[in-house]
Design a protein around this ligand. Structure first.
Ligand code: GLN
Length: 551
């Protein structure tokens, strides 16, 4: 039977609960235990799929096609355990399930209440697949005291009593602010936060305290006394230079030991952290640096491209170089010459995106990379723009464009795209089944979501990178490259080197006569891990390193 760790947060948000949970997962794994991590989000959206990246950061897509919180990306990157649909839930989804059951009459006419109906639904969710792992780690989004979060806190409080003694441990993350005038790290916000938690019946076993400097013994003891935890269970979490140091630092601070101790589990033997030592060594001692221009839209918000940023770091780890990404707003290329902005970069990456804004700039960036033989990686929308660029400038398909732009154009009273070589496909095959997509359907419903297989062309750059001809990658998009342009584009040097197994959907394009020019319809960044960097990012960064040595 699994043991459960609940990770909650207090004082302020953004303290790194996701990273703490992921690090704890990695540490338990390093001791030979199996783990699964889950995120319970109190907001009312059914999932983050329809939330703007400005609101919620990146939408992390799982193999089974769920649109989830970006923390699931951290979990996967740190533990290598592929997240599933059942690893992420929101209040919205919980209430939706409860209301669906109520409409179906499942509650036999009883009055539906937060306790027990909503809390039971939450507990049922937490338990899914509990027999599969040694430890289930559940992170509760938001901070203690938030109104939306209350049913979750109540559910985990009850959960403790539903399980045998010693099967549930609570870890609470707080902040110790440094007050300059007093020259002290202050413990009062932590005391209040734990008081809040205890007032709803939860006594934390371990406190993880974020601080920007070492926590003096005196403060640690004070926290222990006022918050009713053992002094050694007050774990300092100081700022890090790289997130991949977190498992090592958390280990030094004793997080895994304290959690195991709270379960009454023997802490010997120590965890094997060799792979983390290797990863951090490569990050701290690189043999050089490459500069990558990331030409996108949400350039002000790093969280919007979280996995991408990490995958670039992983590509750097594999090649033992530091990757310096610079985020450039695609729209500036529409006003001036792309060369003026892109000169000096060792690679150009166009990430995924939605809508027409900035697309002409992205097309110019792809053109520049092609003509100047600068390593190029186009992801999802990035691939679509590279295809449009080839169609317009090489195959002379005048007015080539994407059907995606037509919604905006219709609103502006403009004519639709004449040659939509990127188009909406109303149906496709999944295994032997035809899946239909409704263009007008709800936003999530009209997307190709989750893992799909692709077959690669023997001898291609991508086959070489993957060292395989059969791959599976995660998708999140509505539009596809029209396969009927294949011959025309291949004659211009844009090879369709990856297709869906039925041969109908272009999955990868590349340029055999270019040092590295690859466009992919899927999101390779979602599967990259520090100790298992994604082959396309390894190849892209490698090409950027070669380019940097040319100049
Ligand atoms: N907007 C494009 C589509 O829906 C690309 C999506 C993406 O980049 N994830 O097809």
């Amino acid at each position: 039977m699994a043991r459960f760790v609940f990770i909650t947060g207090g004082v302020v948000s953004s303290l790194g609960k996701g990273l703490t949970s992921a690090s704890l997962g990695a540490l338990l794994q390093a001791r030979g235990y199996s783990v699964r991590l889950r995120k319970l989000d109190p907001y009312l959206n059914v999932d983050p799929g329809t939330m703007s990246p400005f609101e919620h950061g990146e939408v992390f897509v799982t193999d089974d096609g769920a649109e989830t919180d970006l923390d699931l990306g951290h979990y996967e990157r740190f533990t290598g355990v592929a997240a599933r649909k059942t690893d992420s839930v929101s209040s919205g989804r919980i209430y939706q399930n409860v209301l669906d059951k109520e409409r179906r009459g499942d509650y036999l006419g009883r009055t539906i209440q937060v306790i027990p109906h909503v809390t039971d639904e939450i507990k049922d969710f937490i338990k899914i697949g509990e027999d599969e792992v040694d430890f289930m780690l559940c992170e509760i989004g938001g901070t203690v005291g938030d109104i939306e979060g209350l049913p979750f806190f109540e559910a985990i409080r009850q959960f403790q009593n539903d399980k045998p003694r010693g099967h549930v441990v609570f870890v609470h993350l707080t902040l110790l602010p440094w007050i300059k005038a007093a020259g002290e790290l202050k413990t009062k916000p932590t005391q209040h936060s734990v008081k809040e938690l205890r007032s709803i019946g939860i006594q934390p076993d371990v406190l993880v305290c974020r601080a920007d400097r070492a926590i003096p013994e005196r403060e640690r003891e004070k926290i222990a006394r006022f918050c009713n935890v053992r002094p050694e269970a007050v774990i300092p979490a100081l700022d890090l230079t790289s997130i991949y140091e977190a498992p090592l630092k958390m280990r030094e601070a004793g997080l895994d030991r304290q959690v195991l101790d709270a379960f009454g589990i023997d802490v010997a033997p120590p965890p094997n952290l060799q792979k983390w030592d290797d990863v951090t060594d490569r990050i701290h001692n690189p043999d050089g640096e490459v500069k990558i221009a990331v030409v996108g839209k949400y350039t002000d918000l790093e969280d919007a491209y979280k996995s991408l940023n990490e995958a670039l770091t992983h590509g750097g780890i594999a090649n033992r170089v530091k990757v310096q990404p610079e985020w450039i707003d695609a729209q500036i290329f529409e006003r001036g010459d792309a060369a003026a902005y892109l000169e000096g970069f060792n690679g150009v990456l166009i990430p995924g995106g939605f809508g027409e804004r900035g697309t002409e700039g992205k097309i110019r960036a792809a053109q520049w990379a092609r003509e100047r033989e600068i390593p190029f990686l186009g992801i999802c929308l990035g691939m679509q723009m590279a295809v449009i660029e080839a169609a317009r400038n090489q195959a002379k398909v005048k007015d080539a464009g994407s059907e995606e732009w037509n919604t905006d154009r219709a609103e502006r009273g403009e004519k639709p795209v004449k040659n939509p070589i990127i188009y909406f496909m109303p149906e496709w095959l999944e295994g032997n089944e035809t899946v239909e997509r409704d263009r007008e359907g709800d936003k999530g419903g009209s997307m190709r979501l989750g893992a799909f297989p692709a077959t690669l062309t023997e001898g291609s750059q991508v086959a070489d990178a993957y060292q395989d001809l059969a791959i599976s990658e995660r998708h999140r998009h509505r539009f596809e490259v029209d396969i009927s342009y294949r011959e025309q584009l291949e004659q211009c040097g844009l090879m369709f080197s990856g297709l869906s197994p039925d041969g109908r959907l272009p999955e990868i394009v590349e340029r055999p006569d270019h040092p590295f020019f690859v466009g992919v319809q899927f999101h390779p960044e979602l599967k990259s891990k520090p100790f298992e960097p994604h082959p396309l990012f390894v190849g892209f960064v490698k090409a950027a390193v070669a380019q940097s040595r040319l100049v």
